[in-house]
Design a protein around this ligand. Structure first.
Ligand code: MN
Length: 128
């Protein structure tokens, strides 16, 4: 079984540290970026199996970064999951409307995170 790579785009140091620890413990290889621009560049260079995209980032937003990923043939079909702290009611629907493949709310539910990621990754495997 090959190791799945997860690209985490997150500007908050503590969140990034937590996500890296949880993902690595669950057996994923983690690549991290702290801006949308860097995240897109990394994804183009080495397309990951899954992208966890914070929506609120310095510079371009997570939604703008998603648009860039969807506009490039190399990264168009990536599974990209929005991660956001805002508990606004319409956020989930809006993220899915924008073309995100899923949505995770912060604070992340650490115990269930590995299972949630397996589900996102499995969805891609069955659709390709
Ligand atoms: Mn942020």
């Amino acid at each position: 079984m090959t190791t799945s790579t997860v690209l985490v785009v997150e500007d908050n140091h503590n969140n990034l540290k937590l996500m890296r620890a949880v993902l690595e413990f669950a057996g994923y290889e983690v690549v991290a970026a702290t801006t949308g621009e860097d995240g897109v560049a990394l994804a183009v260079e080495h397309p990951p199996d899954l992208v966890l995209m914070d929506l609120q980032l310095p510079g371009i937003s997570g939604s703008q970064a998603l648009r860039l990923l969807r506009s490039s043939p190399r990264t168009r079909s990536l599974t990209v999951v929005a991660v956001t702290a805002s508990a606004m009611k319409g956020d989930r629907a809006r993220a899915l409307d924008q073309g995100f493949d899923g949505y995770l709310e912060k604070p992340l539910d650490v115990p269930s995170l590995p299972a949630q990621l397996r589900e996102f990754l499995g969805r891609k495997e069955t659709s390709s």
